[in-house]
Design a protein around this ligand. Structure first.
Ligand code: ZN
Length: 135
């Protein structure tokens, strides 16, 4: 049943054990591996689909492995970056929109002034015609 022995204390061990139960010698690096492609995919997704990455981030942060933790932290940073960029862009768009609305309001008031002037003009013409015909 036991096919291997601990190189340090020669206790018989199973090949899937990560450390020797007798001396605590680490027998194999906990192979936490996520392929570069799926890492990049997760980075892209956490940036582009903002809060979705946090689900992975918390899962990776729970794993006791430096690489997994780093992955989780990068995902969180990307998520924060993405959200702040989105909020910034949204604020810019909102500002531009309210500026446009303000300008439209200004245009409307200019139109009102224009209408007033044309009413005056019509009034003057009508009065002028009346006076001409009376004369
Ligand atoms: Zn051992």
């Amino acid at each position: 049943m036991y096919e291997m022995t601990c190189p340090k204390c020669s206790t018989q061990i199973l090949p899937e054990w990560f450390f020797c139960p007798h001396c605590g010698n680490i027998l194999q690096e906990k192979t936490f591996s996520v392929s570069i492609m799926s890492q990049l995919g997760m980075y892209a997704a956490s940036f582009l689909l903002a809060p979705i990455g946090l689900h992975w981030a918390f899962r990776y942060l729970k794993i006791k492995d430096a690489k997994a933790k780093r992955l989780g932290i990068i995902i969180i940073i990307l998520t924060i970056l993405s959200i702040s960029l989105t909020v910034g862009t949204f604020m810019k768009i909102a500002n531009a929109y309210s500026n446009t609305l303000n300008n439209l309001n200004k245009l409307n008031s200019i139109n009102d002034v224009g209408k007033m002037f044309s009413y005056f003009r019509v009034g003057f013409t009508v009065r002028a015609k009346r006076e001409l015909f009376r004369a």
